[in-house]
Design a protein around this ligand. Sequence first.
Ligand code: 5GP
Length: 205
Amino acid sequence: MKSKKGVLVIVSGPSGSGKGTVVAELVKEDNFFFFISATTRKPRNYEVDGEHYFFKTEEEFKKMIENNELLEWANFCGNFYGTPISYVKQKLDEGKNVILEIEVVGALKVKEIYNDCILIFLIPPNITELSRRLANRGTEDEETIKKRINRAVEEIEIAPKYDYVVVNEVVEQAKTDIKTIVSAELMRYHRLKETIDLFTYKGEN
Ligand code: 5GP
């Protein structure tokens, strides 16, 4: 027996942890739904507006904050990022598992609002591998890489606030690990309580 409602899954992890790749693999599966974030960061050459992010000017982003269009937002290494979600509840009720791939400050804000969301922290096997992945992907200049490595260390210090840690050495395994976590979470008592209560329902007198 599994809950018919989906769960809200938040995946965080330092730049270079490979979370983008792992999440992209997960959302190929039917029952995972990905919310696209808004950002003021400049698009990388392969990125498409409305597919990877909604790319905004700082002015547009601040308007979204003023109009309460964002569930959460944060400044990461000098750029704004935020989650424009108005229909997360609808997706969860439809039985979709909703995935947000966001940094730690935003993740903890979402946890305050959706207490039963699952926080998953993705890490690379070691710091050398993290630096190597960041340098090799060639999407950031040296200054940005330095900022992101420093931020990575700060983010890892927040990992104890997460529910699970997944080591991303092999993408396929990390994906399986996250699916296993979600599967187990869907069998938690509080998510099945309504169904279980039906067994003992005696009707109204
Ligand atoms: P990148 O520039 O590498 O695409 O993303 C930088 C960081 O911002 C990553 O840790 C990513 O998970 C995070 N991020 C992406 N979208 C959001 C969002 O909507 N809210 C928050 N708080 N962080 C986000």
